[in-house]
Design a protein around this ligand. Structure first.
Ligand code: ADP
Ligand code: ASP
Ligand code: MG
Length: 405
C-alpha cells in the first residue's frame, strides 16, 4: 500500500460541485489501495476576499490577527470535503494546522514550518480513514495561529509528505503540469514531463507561481517526489525530482517572469569603500528584500547605484533611499515602478555558450530595451519595461523553440 499526500488548490475546491469531484477522486484512489492525506486551499478568491475585508478596517492589516482571519478560508473547505465524503459513507477527518500540530516559527503572515507531529495522522490512517488537513496554516510554540505566505498550501503538502515519508506528493491545480512558461500568457507553451528541483526552484523564485518556492525547497531538501497535475483532466502531469545524469537535459527548460518589481537608482554618489553597505544597509534594516543590484564603474570619484525590490516596497524604499542620498550628498534619486523581469532557466546552460546572446538578439529584434541583466549558472534574467513583458516572453519562447519537443 502506498501513502500519497495530495493537495487541491483554490479552483479545485472553488465550488460545492468541485468539492464533490474531489470527493469522488479520493474514493477512487482509496479503492485503488492508497492511504491518503489531503491538503486543501481555501475556495478560490476567498483569501483575497478576507484580505479586502481587513483592508476596509485597517490601513495595514498584518501580524497575529490577520492570520486568525486568513486561516478561516481553509477551515471551510476541509469541513465541506469531510461532509461530502461522509455522505458517501467514507470515513474522513479534518484537522486545522494547529490541531495536527504543524509547528511554525512566530513570523506571522510568512511563518516557516519547523516540525510536524505525525502521530494523530498515522493513527487515523491506520484506522483506514482519509485525513484532510487545512493548508497554509500552523501554530507557533504559544499556540498562536500562523500562516505560511500566499500559495502556502503547497508547502503544507510537501512538509506533510516529508514528515510522513510519503511515496509521492501530488499537487492538483488548474493546469495539467508545469509548462515551459505560463500557459495563460503563451498559448504555445508546452507541458514538461520532468523538471529538476534546481530548475523548478529558479522558475518559482523568478515568478512562476504554479508552486510556492518554499514547497520546492522542502521537496528538494527531503527528496520528496513532487508531481503537479490537473484536478480537471486525467494525465501524468509533471514530475519534479533530482537531476538524472542519464537523461539528456534540454538547453532551456522554461521562461519565468515577474511583474511585481520596481527599480530605484541613486545617481552621483561618492565612490568610496563601504558605499554599497551605506545604501543597502538601511533598506535591509527595514526588512525590504533587494533582488538585482548594479553599481556602475566610477568616474570622477562618483558612481551610480541601482537595485530592484518588490513593487509593494517601492514607496517605503524610496523614502529611505532619499534620506541616505541626502546624507551622502548624492545628486539624485530616480525610480521606476513599471518594470518587469524575464528569466530563462535551464540546467543545460551549464555546458552551452551562446544562450545570453540568443536572448539579447531576440529582445533586440522586438526593440525591447534591457535595463538590467543578472546571471547565474542556470539562469539569465533581464529587467525591461513592463509594457513589453508579454511580447518579450513570447519572442523568447519562440527563439528557444520551446514549443517543440
Ligand atoms: P492553485 O490555486 O491550484 O494553487 P495557482 O494559481 O497558485 O493554483 O497556480 C496555478 C497557475 O500557475 C496556473 O493557472 C498558471 O496560470 C500559473 N503558472 C505560472 N507559470 C506557470 C508554469 N510555468 N507552468 C504552469 N502554470 C504556471
Ligand atoms: N489560500 C492561500 C492563498 O490563497 C493559500 C493557498 O491557496 O495555497 O494564498
Ligand atoms: Mg497556488
Amino acid at each position: 500500500m502506498s501513502l500519497i499526500v495530495q493537495k487541491y488548490g483554490g479552483t479545485s475546491v472553488g465550488t460545492v460541485e468541485r468539492i464533490q469531484e474531489v470527493a469522488k477522486k479520493l474514493i477512487k484512489f482509496q479503492k485503488e489501495g492508497h492511504e491518503l492525506v489531503v491538503v486543501l486551499s481555501a475556495m478560490s478568491g476567498e483569501t483575497n476576499r478576507l484580505l479586502a475585508l481587513a483592508n476596509e478596517l485597517n490601513d495595514n492589516p498584518h501580524g497575529r490577527e490577520l492570520d486568525v482571519l486568513l486561516s478561516t478560508g481553509e477551515q471551510v473547505t476541509i469541513a465541506l470535503l469531510c461532509l461530502a465524503l461522509e455522505q458517501q459513507g467514507i470515513h474522513a477527518i479534518s484537522y486545522t494546522g494547529s490541531q495536527v500540530k504543524i509547528l511554525t516559527d512566530n513570523t506571522h503572515n510568512k511563518a516557516r514550518i519547523m516540525e510536524i507531529d505525525d502521530e494523530k495522522i498515522r493513527k487515523e490512517l491506520d484506522a483506514g480513514h482519509i485525513v484532510i488537513v487545512a493548508g497554509f496554516q500552523g501554530c507557533d510554540q504559544e499556540g498562536n495561529i500562523t500562516t505560511l505566505g500566499r500559495g502556502g498550501s503547497d508547502t503544507t503538502a510537501v512538509a506533510l509528505a516529508a514528515a510522513l515519508k510519503a511515496d509521492e506528493c501530488q499537487i492538483y491545480t488548474d493546469v495539467d503540469g508545469v509548462y515551459t512558461t505560463d500557459p495563460r500568457v503563451v498559448s504555445e507553451a508546452r507541458r514538461l514531463d520532468h523538471i529538476t528541483f534546481e530548475e523548478m526552484l529558479e522558475m518559482a523564485s523568478l515568478g512562476a507561481k504554479v508552486l510556492q518556492i518554499r514547497s520546492v525547497e522542502f521537496a528538494s531538501k527531503y527528496n520528496v517526489p513532487l508531481r503537479v497535475l490537473s484536478s480537471f483532466t486525467e494525465g501524468g502531469g509533471t514530475l519534479i525530482s533530482v537531476e538524472d545524469p542519464k537523461m539528456e537535459q534540454a538547453l532551456i527548460s522554461g521562461i519565468a517572469f515577474n511583474r511585481d518589481e520596481a527599480k530605484l537608482t541613486v545617481l552621483g554618489v561618492p565612490d568610496h569603500p563601504g558605499i554599497a553597505y551605506q545604501i543597502l544597509g538601511p533598506i535591509a534594516k527595514n526588512n525590504i528584500e533587494v533582488d538585482m543590484i548594479i553599481q556602475n564603474t566610477g568616474h570622477d570619484g562618483l558612481t551610480d547605484f541601482t537595485f530592484t525590490i518588490h513593487r509593494n516596497d517601492y514607496k517605503n524604499a524610496r523614502t529611505i533611499l532619499q534620506s541616505t542620498a541626502d546624507s551622502l550628498g548624492a545628486r539624485e534619486v530616480i525610480g521606476d515602478e513599471h518594470i518587469a523581469k524575464i528569466s530563462v532557466v535551464g540546467v543545460g546552460m551549464r555546458s552551452h555558450a551562446g544562450i545570453a546572446s540568443t536572448m539579447f538578439e531576440s529582445l533586440a529584434k522586438e526593440s525591447i530595451n534591457i535595463s538590467m541583466i543578472s546571471t547565474s549558472e542556470i539562469k539569465i534574467s533581464v529587467v525591461i519595461d513592463e509594457k513589453y513583458l508579454e511580447l518579450g516572453v513570447r519572442s523568447l519562447h519562440k527563439a528557444f523553440h520551446l514549443e517543440q519537443n
